[in-house]
Design a protein around this ligand. Structure first.
Ligand SMILES: [Zn+2]
Length: 345
């Protein structure tokens, strides 16, 4: 038996050009599309996205920021931030990336599929309401989360961000809100250098942000162990009505920007874990591609995730943690920090 999985795919995402040798290149997504053709043709449903509307973008972004991106259409190549170059069609790719995630919300909530993977670029999780940063123009998942809350009255959305970089945009946008619970694992020594374990939210959002700074000694087994230990009580306590995954693949050992040592099997294990927890309460699952800068590692990792999404088969043996002491130390920090908020009794 297989799970109904849909993806969004559009060659217009490849029109977003970033210049020679920039890591956020069209080839990092093209390799995933070729992999889908080879391994999942006929298995997953392919959807073509519609661009987001201005009203939808302004659920998260300021009108000034939206206008600034639109202005870039007048130039062959320009820059939204020092590390974020854009070309004449980048605005269209960005509009489509946000639209793809909202299309995923619609399809999931209509029951057309159980999991939806937005295979898009530019990525989104660093984008702030009024600023592009870290290769991100619009915060695709934050827009989708606000859209799901507004259009469908979803009360609790859990966002899991396994990209190696901290998703400071998603983090900041929902930092004072309990309606989105943000869980991120990341390397604090990499851009944007935020996401300390002690940052847990503010005001009504206190306790609804959970940061897990990672050790570079962690491998696939450590990540499977850490995420199972953390997400099991989070699901039980928060009972999300939808789960979103900021699916970056830049913790892969072959990635030129990440400094981690995961293989694609880590992404298989994490996706399978989230499916298992979500299935128990029939919670729909929306994934969106974030970082990942080695085309081959991206294709292998996206393949691993799609395999985990499509099949209900058990995950099989999990490799032993490489650094169990550091993993337990991180879990101790997380649970001590979050104990006052009730995730663990
Ligand atoms: Zn990243």
């Amino acid at each position: 038996m297989s799970r109904k999985v849909a993806i969004s795919r559009d060659d217009r995402f490849l029109l977003h050009k970033t210049g020679h040798a920039h890591p956020e290149s069209p080839s990092r997504l093209a390799s995933i599309y070729r992999m889908v053709d080879r391994h999942f043709a006929g298995t997953v449903t392919t959807m073509t996205p519609e661009p987001a509307t201005l009203d939808q973008l302004e659920l998260v972004h300021t009108p000034g920021h939206v206008k600034k991106i639109l202005k870039t259409a007048e130039h062959k190549i320009t820059s939204m931030a020092p590390d974020t170059p854009v070309s004449g069609h980048s605005y269209l790719a960005a509009w489509l990336a946000a639209g793809a995630c909202m299309q995923g919300v619609d399809l999931l909530l209509s029951g057309a599929c159980r999991a939806f993977f937005s295979l898009v670029r530019p990525p989104g999780h660093h984008a702030l309401p009024d600023r592009a940063t870290g290769f991100c123009l619009l915060n695709n998942l934050a827009i989708a989360a606000r859209y799901a809350r507004m259009r469908y009255n979803l009360e609790r959305i859990l966002i899991v961000d396994w990209d190696v970089h901290h998703g400071n945009g998603i983090h900041d946008i929902f930092y004072r809100e309990p309606g989105v619970f943000y869980v991120s694992s990341h390397d604090l020594m990499l851009f944007p250098y935020s996401g300390e374990a002690g940052d847990t939210g503010e005001a009504g959002g206190r306790g609804f942000t959970l940061n897990m700074p990672l050790s570079r000694s962690f491998g696939d087994g450590d990540m499977a162990y850490i995420y199972r230990t953390v997400l099991t009580p989070v699901f039980r306590w928060y009972t999300p009505s939808m789960v979103m995954i900021a699916a970056g693949f830049d913790a892969h050992a072959d990635d030129p920007l990440g400094r981690s040592a995961w293989s694609e099997n880590a992404y298989f294990l994490l996706a399978r874990l989230v499916c298992e927890l979500a299935d128990a309460d029939h919670v729909p699952l929306l994934l969106s591609l974030e970082g990942g800068y080695d085309p081959g590692a991206n294709a292998a990792s996206a393949k691993a995730v799609l395999e985990a999404l499509v099949s209900y088969a058990p995950a099989g043996p999990v490799p032993a943690p490489l650094d169990p002491n550091a993993a337990d130390e991180l879990l101790e920090t997380v649970f001590t920090t979050h104990k006052p908020y009730g995730i663990v009794s």
